[in-house]
Design a binder for this molecule. Structure first.
Ligand SMILES: [Zn+2]
Length: 162
């Protein structure tokens, strides 16, 4: 927790800055009920991350990955932006913040009103997937429906890619 001197210093820096780029990680979304990955109660304690090379190499790993994604282990369903997301959006609307770079996949910066084109998502977004070969975009709600109803692992309907 920041003390009042730190807050004054931060306000002064924000006031003096011509342009700010915000970088966020899991910490900003924990107040929205989304657990972090590495902390003591982090998701990775019970569900270790799936290595991309393993995902590409193994159908079983892909199946586990989609099951994990759709089991809401990340508690993203119903999550709402909190005061931190809203404060950043205010700075965007005030013209101070030009871009938000985030490690988060929850889409809460956009949900709080920051335009999608100003958010750079380093680890993607849980709302959609892209074919690894042709980059066609698929909405995850459609993949989820098919996966839960038919246990079908998704392949690209254009090129057959992952
Ligand atoms: Zn494709």
């Amino acid at each position: 927790m920041a003390d009042s001197e730190q807050l004054k210093s931060l306000c002064s820096m924000i006031g003096a800055a011509e342009r700010i780029v915000v970088f966020t990680g899991a910490g900003i979304s924990t107040e929205s009920g989304i657990p972090d990955f590495r902390g003591p109660q982090g998701v990775w304690k019970s569900k270790p991350p799936i290595d991309f090379r393993d995902f590409v190499a193994s159908e079983e790993v892909r199946r586990n990955s989609w099951e994990q994604r759709f089991s809401d282990v990340y508690k993203l369903t119903g999550a709402e932006p909190n005061a931190g997301h809203n404060a950043i959006t205010k700075l965007v609307n005030d013209g101070k913040v030009t871009h938000v770079i985030t490690q988060n996949v929850d889409g809460l910066h956009q949900a709080s009103g920051t335009p999608d084109e100003l958010v750079i998502e380093l680890h993607g977004n849980t709302n959609y997937s892209k074919c690894l070969d042709c980059e066609k975009r698929f909405e995850n709600e459609d993949i989820k429906k098919e996966f839960l109803e038919n246990a079908t692992i998704p392949y690209c309907d254009s090129c057959g890619g992952l």
